[in-house]
Design a protein around this ligand. Structure first.
Ligand code: SF4
Length: 311
């Protein structure tokens, strides 16, 4: 499709934040203002945010990084950034200060990360993130997984990826056959709207599930994209049909360049309340990341209407 875009405006934005929309994701866009288009097409408000000097790293990831591209916030697990590239650059990305700049992650930073994990015996779980790990070449990802699996104290490997949603064709038989060697391996995918659940995405998720990889979904609430009860309810139900278990709904981590996607916590709580009553399998936890690097906490709708002792 041809999008009616102002080239000079787009160029101003992508000087700060790169753009990538692959042909598959482009094919899902009905028009620039549809929920899929809003996630992918640069918006001048990203630059307004730069001008008002929002914080690029309010979650303090950098100061919680003992080595480059590895965040050690909780004692028993780390987040390991192994790629700075994605199949599509989401305009709301909370790590937009880094993604889209491939040189941010190198063989050297990956090796230093593996070494750090090897030397810290209380780490039991590694969240392999980015950017998007599944966009790496098979051999590079295999090298990373092999390195991590060879460490005795590592029990769980978890990959965070948007690829099954934004470029499902990347989930090839070769990739799946490589991944299945590294159990227990979990993959958390990131779908935000029911229109992203296509035949192609279903095939990709089916192939990963058939390889014994449990799949979860982390959805981000985004203003104008999915902050409506019916949209989220439909999304949660559709996820189950492709064997992906809703895991988290996230309050957006607001960073410089994404303020226009911010929703209210009230909206989020109402959405959560609307999910109760449908299958419990469809109900994820609603999470917020505390600014200042304090970690994630769950948010719950208020149900207690009168003194529970008198029930
Ligand atoms: S796929 Fe994830 S890391 Fe990549 S741009 Fe989107 S939200 Fe950011």
């Amino acid at each position: 499709m041809i999008l009616p875009l102002d080239k000079s405006r787009i160029e101003r934005i992508i000087n700060f934040y790169p753009m990538r929309i692959n042909p598959y994701y482009l094919s899902l866009i009905k028009h620039a203002n549809c929920p899929i288009g809003k996630q992918a097409i640069p918006d001048i408000r990203e630059i307004d945010d730069v001008n008002i000097a929002g914080n690029p790293d309010p979650l303090c990831e950098e100061i919680q990084s003992p080595v480059t591209n590895l965040i050690h916030r909780y004692p028993d697990r780390v987040l390991f950034m192994v790629s700075a590239e994605c199949a599509m650059y989401c305009r709301f990305c909370m790590r937009k200060r880094k993604v889209g700049y491939p040189s941010v992650v190198t063989d050297e930073t990956r090796n230093i990360g593996i070494e750090y994990i090897k030397n810290n015996k209380h780490i039991q779980e590694v969240v392999i993130s980015g950017g998007d790990p599944l966009l790496l070449e098979d051999q590079i990802l295999d090298y990373i997984l092999k390195g991590l699996r060879s460490i005795d104290h590592i029990e769980i490997l978890r990959i965070h990826s948007r690829v099954p949603c934004t470029l499902p064709q990347r989930i090839t038989k070769d990739l799946v056959d490589m991944l299945r060697q590294y159990h227990p391996l979990f993959i958390n995918i990131h779908f935000n709207h029911p229109d992203e659940i296509t035949k192609e995405a279903s095939l990709a998720c089916g192939a990963l599930s058939d390889a014994g990889i449990p799949l979860g979904c982390q959805t981000v609430l985004l203003n104008g994209v999915n902050n409506e009860q019916n949209i989220i309810k439909t999304l949660m139900k559709k996820l189950l049909t492709i064997r992906v278990r809703p895991y988290y709904i996230h309050q957006l981590d607001v960073v410089r360049g994404n303020h226009h996607f911010k929703t209210t916590i009230e909206d989020g709580l109402d959405i959560m309340q609307s999910l109760y009553g449908i299958s419990g399998l469809c109900v994820p936890q609603y999470m917020i990341d505390l600014p200042g690097g304090g970690g994630k906490v769950p948010l719950l709708p208020q149900y207690l209407k009168y003194d529970a002792v008198n029930i």
